[in-house]
Design a protein around this ligand. Structure first.
Ligand SMILES: [Fe+2]
Ligand SMILES: [Fe+2]
Length: 328
């Protein structure tokens, strides 16, 4: 690595000498390598092939077709909630692009990645919306109003103050998005929907790999600062769609339906990334890095406990519902 840290600073964020600008320069080589790897493995796919256009028909309004009603929807109740949350999350892409272009820049390998990533993400919203409208899976009027409201709020990253926090966040967030799409497909009740969401989940997985490998390099060159970033991001993690109208209620339904909940977050999102990067085993840390690593360990134990309690409540609630159905 040819870029050296600065030698002294009074700011705690650059205590070990790495400013954001220097980290971005230092990681440029890694970004170029990971970008080339990504381009070599990412396979082109066509969103239009996953949309059953023959099932589509005119809506009311300008064309005088049939208005939407609930019984037209062939997907499950949890599928409807989850598909809308996933789509609205994808819809806010202009704001995400703004955040990462501001943080990582638009030049060199970083810029090529930012634009390529944006193009791939753009495909997700297009594909899901076309599927939902052609199959009449959700209320199109409600969907459009929710999109307007959500996008009008924009999205402001919780991590805009730090490049390492931003990289750590997206490494976990891309995996969270992957799991959320994959499980939505699994529980939506339509094999075609599952196929489409598996395709999207595959893109999200490649995004996760890119950022995870970048985070690995960051842990090597600036271990104490990167450890702090990982600890902060894991303990304060929020899904990017947290600003969606009615998000809390939707998130509760999504959790109960097994699409995304504390158990899944701990087991399928946090742990795989942390284990891959051997975050809890990294040695040779300074006092700051050690403190962050300890905080992370304590948090993960607590989260595992919370997840166990959630599972107990979930099992009890589902059993009550099943009993009511049998009685009714
Ligand atoms: Fe996406
Ligand atoms: Fe992604």
């Amino acid at each position: 690595m040819t870029i050296a840290p600065v030698q002294s600073s009074s700011s705690p964020l650059v205590a070990s000498g790495w400013t954001d600008a220097r980290l971005i320069l230092a990681l440029e080589e890694v970004v170029e390598k990971e970008l080339n790897r990504h381009l070599a493995v990412a396979k082109e796919w066509m969103p239009h092939e996953f949309v059953p256009w023959s099932r589509g028909r005119d809506f009311d309004g300008v064309l005088g077709g049939e208005a939407w009603s609930l019984e037209q929807s062939q997907v499950t109740a949890v599928g409807r909630v989850s598909l809308v949350v996933n789509l609205l999350t994808e819809d806010n892409l202009p704001s995400y692009h703004h955040e990462i272009a501001t943080m990582f820049g638009r030049e060199g390998a970083w810029g090529t990645w930012v634009h390529r990533w944006t193009a791939e993400e753009g495909r997700h919203g297009i594909a899901i919306r076309d599927y939902l409208l052609a199959t009449r899976a959700v209320d199109p009027v409600e969907l459009e109003r929710a999109r307007m409201s959500h996008m009008s709020e924009g999205f402001e990253s919780d991590n805009a103050h730090s490049m390492l926090h931003s990289v750590a966040y997206v490494a976990f967030q891309e995996l969270a998005t992957r799991i959320s799409h994959r499980n939505t497909g699994k529980y939506a009740g339509d094999p075609l929907c599952e196929q489409l969401l598996a395709k999207i989940a595959n893109d999200e997985n490649l995004h996760m790999v890119f950022y995870r490998n970048l985070l690995k390099a960051a842990l090597e060159i600036a271990p104490d600062q990167a450890m702090r970033a990982v600890a902060d991001v894991v303990t304060d993690f929020r899904m990017p769609g947290h600003g969606i109208p009615g998000f809390e209620r939707a998130a509760a339904q999504i959790a109960l339906g097994g699409v995304y909940n504390l158990r899944i977050h701990h087991d399928d999102v946090l742990q795989p990334v942390l284990r891959h990067l051997k975050v809890m085993e990294i040695g040779g840390l300074g006092p700051e890095g050690l403190l962050a690593q300890n905080e992370l360990g304590v948090f993960l134990d607590g989260l595992d406990d919370q997840a166990r309690k959630f599972e107990e409540r979930q099992a009890a609630l589902l059993a009550r519902r099943a009993a009511r159905r049998t009685a009714g």
